[in-house]
Design a protein around this ligand. Structure first.
Ligand SMILES: [Zn+2]
Length: 140
């Protein structure tokens, strides 16, 4: 991947991260949010003093997204960004434009989703089989 593209992706990821954190700080009762304060400081402050509160405010979806962004930023630093974690092929730039924190290519994503779905189905089947239906005979 070209350096310029990488730089652009990094910028986009940082922007997304900032957006989430700003959104969170707006929703929290964190009142020491100063306009223009460095978002890194803001993040540290919030993480340190409001960890519990943050956990409550942050939905799983936001938490997951933030984590994905952090991981993508790490991959940029490590030089593994833009490479599919499954097949090792480069992820097309067009996909990264839409989803800068993508970890796998479209083909692998579809494959993984199918697998995940079948695993879920198997788990559900197992769960249903394990239900102690026999125990529902109430003794008189
Ligand atoms: Zn792949």
């Amino acid at each position: 991947m070209r350096k310029a593209t990488l730089k652009r992706m990094e910028k986009e990821l940082l922007r997304m991260k900032e957006e989430i954190i700003r959104e969170l700080s707006r929703h929290s009762r964190y009142e020491n949010v100063e306009e223009g304060k460095d978002v890194g400081d803001l993040y540290d402050d919030m993480a340190a003093s409001r960890e519990k509160e943050l956990e409550i405010i942050m939905s799983d979806r936001e938490r997951k997204k933030l984590q994905e962004i952090e991981e993508a930023l790490k991959r940029i630093k490590e030089g593994t960004y833009g490479i599919c974690e499954e097949c090792g092929d480069p992820i097309p730039e067009a996909r990264l434009e839409v989803m800068p924190f993508a970890r796998v290519c479209v083909d692998c994503k579809e494959k993984l989703e199918k697998e995940e779905k079948s695993i879920q189905e198997i788990e559900t089947q197992k769960f249903l089989k394990k239900l102690p239906l026999d125990d529902f005979n109430i003794e008189e």
